[in-house]
Design a protein around this ligand. Structure first.
Ligand SMILES: Nc1nc2c(ncn2[C@@H]2O[C@H](COP(=O)(O)OP(=O)(O)OP(=O)(O)O)[C@@H](O)[C@H]2O)c(=O)[nH]1
Ligand SMILES: [Mg+2]
Length: 476
């Protein structure tokens, strides 16, 4: 990225559309001499061209021969994507035409741009901050409607506003701590430590919210992973097939049919949901089945949600209690399957029994929190309503995902910095509470502030720029 920084006064050009044949290909040019390069490319174009207006013009080579007829749009300084003088040529999407246009632009003094260089210039010229630069990339790469919405919110500056607020509040706290070091500072009312602690705790809460939101953002971006677990023969594979509407897994009345983890995907309410069917959990001496059971257990930790499946025609066993403890610290729900085989009274009886067992498990130290109404569902894999009922239950465990108007951080770089800021804010709260010297607390807070400034790109170095821009495609 040092290279981009050192050559930021070059005129750059690139094809902005995919390589190959297409109706139209767009070539972009940006740099201090963009206007004169445009005049050199389209020699018949009036020198009076206005910014943001499309002109139909011929594009010429160095021998003044026509290369193509194209639509050209000029963007003057500061009113362009890059923040510098630039233009776009929409020519016919023939690779030989594109090649000739680029050759001509290079003759006229431009050079081929590096990947992400246009967005880099937008950043350097303060058109966007680093959050927005990353949003450009994630918007191009979004794979679902919901993921696109997150990227758009980042691009339009909502997330940046939040970070700017954090930056200004941290600066305020820092100013007050520094003021108490230097008593001669005038014009600042020194707040007491408890006032500062209160403010820092609010900041910490906001950082925590961002960290939690990151988890949700990842789910929206990459889909939700759900695993079906339970004893053999309870109907896990039947449920998988019903949920993904395809005969993915083998179903038989023999206990121990599924040996491997079988994954299939479905879409529901705009969300991608990946469902894993697993080998039934039981003690076994069968070598292959044993491996399968271990794989089932390994899936638990990888899942966003575990669904423990029961067969309602079988008595609730000790196994159930044990299986429930496997989900410590994780989201889970219970499917009481084969409910087509029992009547309403039996359902009621099972519910009561289940509530008692769960109550027992919850009394254990460090136990699971459980909402009976929200986390237990009677299912029948052979009934029509099954798919919707189960998938609604799944999404209900992620209700906060509906808060899409919230600002979500979705890049690994950003969340690393947020975690770092949180660590320092917590440290500064502890330091303030223990009455440590203001000089030390000021240093801790400066580190927190630096982390937030790096997210926005208000402070940056080559390493940060490299991380943000190296993933970009050519022409962006
Ligand atoms: N009546 C009824 N039968 C079901 C239901 N779900 C599954 N079954 C039957 O139960 C048997 C076992 O179903 P599977 O889906 O293979 O069960 P599993 O939990 O995957 O079993 P393993 O792979 O052995 O762990 C099959 O005969 C299914 O047809 C249900 O909701 N109602
Ligand atoms: Mg199975």
């Amino acid at each position: 990225m040092r290279q981009l920084n050192e050559t930021k006064n070059d005129d750059i050009c690139a094809l902005a559309t995919p390589v190959g044949r297409s109706a139209i290909a767009v070539v972009r040019v940006s740099g201090p001499n963009a206007r004169s390069i445009l005049q050199g490319l389209c020699i018949k174009l009036s020198s009076e061209i206005e910014s943001h207006k499309a002109y139909l013009a011929y594009v010429y080579n160095s021998q003044s021969e026509k290369i193509d007829q194209a639509l050209v749009t000029y963007f003057q300084n500061e009113q362009s994507y890059t923040g510098e003088s630039s233009f776009e040529v929409s020519c016919h999407g023939n690779p030989t035409i594109v090649k000739k246009v680029l050759e001509r632009l290079i003759q006229l003094g431009a050079r081929l741009a590096h990947p992400g260089e246009f967005t880099f210039r937008a950043f350097i010229n303060n058109k966007i901050d680093l959050i927005q630069a990353e949003a450009v990339l994630s918007l191009i790469e979004s794979q679902s409607d919901e993921a696109t919405k997150i990227s758009l919110r980042q691009l339009d500056g909502k997330v940046s506003d939040l970070f700017k607020k954090l930056e200004s509040e941290m600066t305020w706290c820092l100013a007050h701590i520094e003021a108490s070091i230097d008593f001669s500072t005038e014009g600042i009312d020194i707040v007491n430590d408890s006032g500062l602690i209160h403010k820092l705790k609010d900041l910490n809460e906001e950082l925590n919210r961002l960290i939690e939101g990151f988890g949700h953002g990842q789910i929206i971006k990459y889909g939700l992973k759900v695993t079906l677990l339970g004893k053999p023969n309870v109907g896990k594979s039947s449920l998988l097939n019903t949920l993904v509407q395809s005969e993915k897994a083998i179903v038989t009345e023999i206990a121990g049919t599924t040996r491997d983890v079988i994954e299939a995907q479905t879409q529901y309410n705009g969300m991608a949901i990946y469902i894993s069917d697993t080998a039934g959990l039981r003690e076994t001496t069968d070598v292959v089945e044993k491996i399968g059971v271990n794989r089932s257990l390994a899936e638990i930790k990888k899942s966003d949600l575990n669904l423990l499946v029961l067969d309602v025609t079988e008595p609730l066993s000790e196994d159930f209690k044990q299986n429930l403890t496997l989900f410590k610290g994780q989201k889970f729900a219970i499917l009481c399957n084969k409910s087509d085989l029992i009547n309403a009274d039996q359902k009621k009886q099972i519910s009561q029994e289940l509530a008692g067992l769960i109550g027992g498990v919850q009394k254990l130290p460090g136990s699971l929190s459980f909402n009976f109404g929200k986390q237990v569902l009677f299912t029948s894999s052979i009934e029509m309503a099954c798919r919707n009922d189960v998938l609604n239950l799944v999404l209900a465990q992620f209700e906060s995902l509906d808060f899409l108007d919230e600002s979500i951080v979705s890049s690994a770089r950003q969340i690393e910095m947020v975690n770092m800021a949180k660590e320092y804010v917590e440290k500064s709260i502890a330091e303030l509470s223990s009455g440590l010297g203001s000089e030390f607390i000021a240093q801790t807070l400066k580190d927190a502030l630096l982390a937030i400034q790096k997210v926005l790109g208000h402070v940056y170095d080559d390493q940060i720029l490299d991380r943000v821009f190296k993933e970009f495609c050519l022409g962006k």
